[in-house]
Design a protein around this ligand. Structure first.
Ligand code: HAM
Length: 424
């Protein structure tokens, strides 16, 4: 039996790669224009980073990590998200030295042992941005704008921005008490997971997708009554910035996100084109994360978007993307004698920026022409015995069916004139 890819993982095949290039190019272009620089962290980290960073009671840490031991028995985990590793790298390399506001972005694969379904995988890709060093709400606005800018540039429509504040160390405990009070009598009606969440972190109950819990959550107290002055002012300022930029949003007091490091701002961008897994982007502020990881107090805010979900939306919306132009020139030979010359010509063409290929299977000239035709290669250079004797090559225009003989030393010049005429 043929060995297959592990469950929840995907091959990205050549037929799909143009979509990834399109997405990656726009991400890099937009985020660099916002002043973010790319960072690449290891695929695995010490498990402790995620336990301390994301939080022990989250689904990610409790159920979804791919954890293994190295030969010395140290626990390692495949990166389930990018923020904790970025903050670790920021602290480890003292990146604030260069600029007190450090803006970083990443495009990386992530690993979560979830139940695979449409839009949910065990290996998936995220692009994300983190702005580290500013406590001001203006940078929260910039992070939201940067994410929306990318989606707009990609051509995505039907997106809704959901916005919430999850408070801080001062005000959240009071809200948690209010939630415990509210859920206490209804505990028996909650799902088994939420009964546990009631003990460990009742905020997590707000995120439960089970119908029985959603009904109860629907009437629970709103966090907005419990926010401290600082958190309320931060949230109000963010809304004003977004309003002034003409960005519409829905306030969603039940948006708590699946990671424990959030403080104040939390947001998600939802696509109307996707089914159950409709969050294409999530983010927020994480002012205690650096301290949690052993660094000095450093505020931060960021987002990450699921690239497979973004691509699914691009495909659903029939957005036209730039495709690879394909091979433009095929160098065909008859017999062994011309092979070296063919290789030289192909390399000259490649150096001049022309996509060129030749036969590597020892096929007959007829078969080579058939192949070039099948691959819709517009020009074939034929190096037959006569051409080799005369140091020339026959150029066949496959579309027009015309051909002419050109001397080997003029071949690049000749092809360049075709490039200028936009024929290649
Ligand atoms: P997250 O909400 O866990 O946040 O993930 C961000 C996005 O990754 C989701 O909105 C979704 O599009 C995608 N995603 C998550 N899990 C999967 C999966 N199993 N399969 C496919 N796509 C998935 C974070 O990861 C935070 N680090 C975001 C952040 C950055 N917050 C601040 N800075």
């Amino acid at each position: 039996m043929l060995v297959q890819v592990p469950k929840g993982t995907n091959d990205i095949l050549p037929a799909q790669i143009d979509y990834w290039y399109y997405l990656e190019n726009i991400i890099k272009e937009v985020l660099q224009n916002f002043g973010y620089r790319e960072i690449r962290t290891p695929v695995f980290e010490y498990t402790e980073l995620f336990v301390r960073g994301i939080g022990e009671t989250t689904d990610i840490v409790a159920k979804e990590m791919f954890t293994f031991s190295d030969k010395k028995g140290r626990s390692l985990t495949l990166r389930p998200e990018g923020t904790a590793p970025v903050i670790r790298a920021y602290l480890e390399h003292n990146l604030s030295r260069e600029n007190p506001l450090t803006k970083l972005f990443y495009i990386e694969s992530m690993f979560r042992s979830e139940k695979p379904q449409a839009g949910r995988f065990r290996q998936f890709h995220q692009f994300g941005a983190e702005a580290i060093g500013s406590p001001l709400p203006i940078i929260d606005a910039e992070i939201v704008v940067a994410a929306l800018f990318i989606f707009q540039k990609l051509g995505l429509t039907d997106l809704t921005l959901h916005l919430n504040s999850v408070g801080c160390k001062q005000c959240r405990p009071k809200y948690l008490d209010a939630l415990r009070d509210y859920f206490r009598e209804k505990k028996a009606q909650l799902c088994a997971d939420c009964q546990l969440r009631y003990e460990t972190n009742p905020l997590r109950i707000l995120d439960c997708k089970k119908e029985q819990c959603r009904v109860i959550v629907g009437k629970c107290p709103s966090i907005f009554k419990y926010l401290c002055r600082d958190c309320a002012a931060h949230f109000d300022a963010l809304k004003v910035y977004l309003d002034k930029l003409g960005i519409t949003y829905q306030i969603n007091p039940f948006l708590v996100r699946g990671l424990d490091y959030y403080t104040k701002t939390a947001f998600e961008i939802i696509s109307g084109e996707l089914g159950a897994q409709n969050a294409i982007c999530g983010g927020g502020r994480y002012d205690y994360l650096a301290e949690e990881l052993g660094g000095k107090p450093t505020p931060g805010v960021g987002f990450a978007a699921g690239m497979e979900r973004v691509l699914m939306t691009i495909i659903k919306q029939n957005i036209e993307i730039p495709l690879w132009g394909g091979i433009k020139v095929f160098v065909a030979v008859t017999g062994q004698d011309g092979v070296n010359t063919a290789l030289e010509i192909a390399n000259q063409l490649r150096s001049a920026g022309v996509a060129a290929d030749m036969d590597f299977l020892g096929k007959s000239l007829k078969a080579q022409l058939r192949m070039a035709n099948k691959l819709q290669i517009p020009y074939v250079l034929i190096l037959g015995p006569d051409e080799l004797k005369e140091n020339a090559v026959l150029i066949k225009d496959m579309e027009e069916g015309t051909q002419e003989t050109v001397s080997l030393k003029n071949i690049l010049f000749h092809l360049k004139s075709l490039i200028l005429k936009n024929k290649i």
